[in-house]
Design a protein around this ligand. Structure first.
Ligand code: AMP
Ligand code: ZN
Length: 112
């Protein structure tokens, strides 16, 4: 399958890794929107949050288990924001489920 983030987690395309475990890979966004901008992905290919099911939910939960560890390692003691874009209207550009972890500054109140 031709998937950018599958290639990244397999090491076929270089990335700045910040976290990895059996189920999860996390790396710095190439076009950061905040001082800390990390993408957290399940190693299993799931196209988007719209493809979460009872079956793959445990893998998605692993992503959320990794997030507090990454946030702590990045020093985000004042908080952070999580975003997962879905589909065209959500402006999703890479069809592999990813959570943007943004922080390191006071973020705007705007959500769109
Ligand atoms: P989204 O628009 O929500 O699908 O997010 C995709 C994100 O992937 C964007 O923020 C891009 O900057 C980021 N991105 C694209 N290619 C790479 C790459 N090779 N390494 C790291 N981040 C990337
Ligand atoms: Zn993939």
């Amino acid at each position: 399958m031709d998937c950018l983030f599958c290639a990244i987690k397999d090491g076929q395309i270089p990335s700045q890794k910040v976290y990895e475990d059996e189920y999860v890979y996390a790396f710095r966004d190439i076009n950061p929107q905040a001082p800390v901008h990390v993408l957290v992905i399940p190693k299993t290919h799931i196209p988007s949050a719209d493809a979460v099911t009872e079956e793959n939910a445990p893998l998605v939960a692993k992503v959320f288990c990794a997030i507090p560890k990454i946030a702590a390692a990045e020093g985000l003691t004042n908080g952070y924001r999580l975003i997962s874009n879905v589909g065209k209207d959500g402006c999703q550009t890479v069809p592999h489920l990813h959570v943007h972890l943004l922080g390191g500054m006071k973020l705007t109140e705007k959500m769109n």
